[in-house]
Design a protein around this ligand. Structure first.
Ligand SMILES: Cc1ncc(COP(=O)(O)O)c(C=O)c1O
Length: 482
């Protein structure tokens, strides 16, 4: 693999004021440790030489030598013959990143499950099932196999893309078992063992697991507090030559970030130039927050030509439908169809008919969803500001969760302690592509305001139980029971 590097100038930028602490070597070492632990500097990245960093920081060479030595002593870097100092993670914190989430309906008595960011079925779902059952007899004469999906559903899905500025015909749409089924078909069609897939870090854990289990290798595209940095993307494309990039420009899971229009152009151009297959996951696209534009931005596939877009009904409508789709350029459809036929032979007819009915009333459903999420989001944000003011977050543009920065690298331990208080959480490292993110936790706001406030009160107890000066202690991740 082309070796990953970071320039001294970029590192100084990321370090910010850490270098001005006293003693300076410790400030630099602590700053570097946080950047590596957070995944901003992915493990495996070659750090600038001591000489380059000395010049860029305008400190003495001894300061940088001591900072790197301290970093190596704490396990956050190694010295490699011929490669200088390379960022790494202590063995305990690098484990188990990207373990898939197991969504569930089960809630132990009295506990609050915040591992799953999904909503119950909207009003109108049962009626849509009845209407679908009434329409079903017209299909019973056939075999029931529709490898690409029902024509009437594919037409509606295609129209939705065209209305958003991405002209689409039904032949470009394949209905799948959820967005994850669409991702599986895409990986199977176009990736070979050992191919690299660039993925935002943090990202959806099950996508990381899907990429890994396809034999491909996830590589991190670290997001910063404002979302995507085009320079970081260009450097990652150059240094890792990924075969594909899996991106969520619309209410990214878990950060809720929305990629601005001008950046979509730049990202599309960079991906095209690098000949990287772009996989755009739009699972959360319909869940704009109150301040976000509706309809949302132009689809990334409209500028990243050749992109494959994944869609889902699980967040906008209901996870129980298990219906999603992909939209691809026509010339990619034969390979995708062939790959799909090795996974399953089509999606259930009844559920596709239900989706046709739900799409007829989507405006009302989405209006209600967004209003409900705005109230829950405000309640969670308010409770955190009041009860856990040292936990910081940027109000997301949309989606279903807050991505919260903890005061210390304690996400995994917090998960364990929160479970004792009856709150189930997915720790930050689970969303990490190449390790790190111990200072972050995802808090979905899909529960009611009362439940969310109760959860925050319990999290305060959990965090108090951990105490301060926690940073040195580490524990293995608890297995997810939900
Ligand atoms: C970004 C993202 N993609 C895909 C999925 C899975 O979607 P589906 O249920 O349609 O397979 C999820 C579910 O949480 C998700 O957040």
């Amino acid at each position: 693999m082309a070796s990953r590097t970071i320039s001294a100038a970029r590192l100084v930028d990321l370090l910010g004021s850490s270098a001005s602490a006293t003693p300076a070597y410790r400030g630099i070492a602590d700053g570097l440790r946080l950047l590596i632990a957070d995944g901003q500097v992915p493990a495996g990245t070659r750090l600038p030489s001591e000489r380059e960093l000395t010049a860029a920081l305008d400190v003495s060479r001894t300061t940088v030598t001591r900072a790197y030595a301290t970093l190596r002593d704490s396990g956050y870097a190694t010295a490699r013959q011929g490669s200088g100092t390379v960022a790494g993670l202590p063995s305990a914190s690098g484990r188990r990143h990207g373990t898939p989430l197991l969504p569930t309906d089960r809630n132990a008595e009295g506990s609050i499950n915040l591992t799953c960011a999904a909503l119950p079925a909207p009003h109108g779902t049962a009626v849509a099932y009845e209407a679908a059952a009434a329409a079903l007899p017209a299909y019973l004469d056939g075999t029931g196999y529709h490898a690409l999906g029902l024509e009437e559903l594919r037409e509606r899905i295609a129209d939705r893309y065209s209305a958003r500025g991405l002209p689409t015909t039904p032949d470009q749409v394949m209905v799948t078992a959820g967005a994850l089924g669409a991702l599986a078909a895409t990986l199977r069609a176009f990736l070979a063992t050992g191919d690299r897939v660039l993925m935002e870090s943090p990202t959806y854990p099950n996508a990381i697991a899907a990429v890994r289990s396809s034999g491909a290798r996830p590589v991190a595209l670290p997001l910063d507090s404002s979302g995507w940095a085009t320079g970081t993307l260009e450097a990652a494309l150059r240094q890792t030559s990924p075969r594909a990039a899996y991106l969520m420009p619309d209410f990214q899971n878990p950060t809720g970030a929305l990629m601005p229009d001008h950046q979509r152009e730049a990202v599309g151009t960079a991906l095209r130039r690098a000949h990287t297959l772009t996989i755009v996951d739009e699972t959360l696209v319909d869940l704009a927050g109150p301040e976000a534009p509706v309809p949302t931005r132009r689809p990334l596939a409209a500028v990243a030509h050749g992109a494959i877009t994944l869609g889902s009904t699980s967040k906008a409508f209901w996870g129980g439908l298990r219906v999603g789709w992909l939209r691809a350029p026509l010339d990619l459809m034969p390979a995708l169809t062939e790959a799909r036929l090795t996974l399953d032979l089509g999606a259930p007819v009844l559920e596709q008919l239900v989706l046709v009915r739900l799409l007829e009333i989507q405006d009302a459903i989405l209006r209600e969803r967004r209003a409900q999420l705005a109230v829950s989001r405000a309640a969670l944000a308010e409770a955190l500001a009041e009860i856990l003011p040292s936990w910081r977050f940027t109000m997301p543009s949309g989606g279903l969760s807050l991505w919260v920065e903890l005061p210390e690298p304690m996400s995994t331990a917090l998960t364990v302690s929160a479970e004792r208080q009856g709150v189930l959480l997915a720790p930050g490292p689970q969303f990490a592509v190449e390790g790190g993110l111990e200072r972050w936790i995802r808090l979905p706001y899909t529960a009611s305001p009362d439940v969310l406030r109760d959860a925050v009160c319990r999290l305060e107890l959990a965090s108090r139980e951990l105490g301060t000066g926690f940073s040195g202690r580490r524990r293995a991740l608890a297995p997810l029971i939900a």
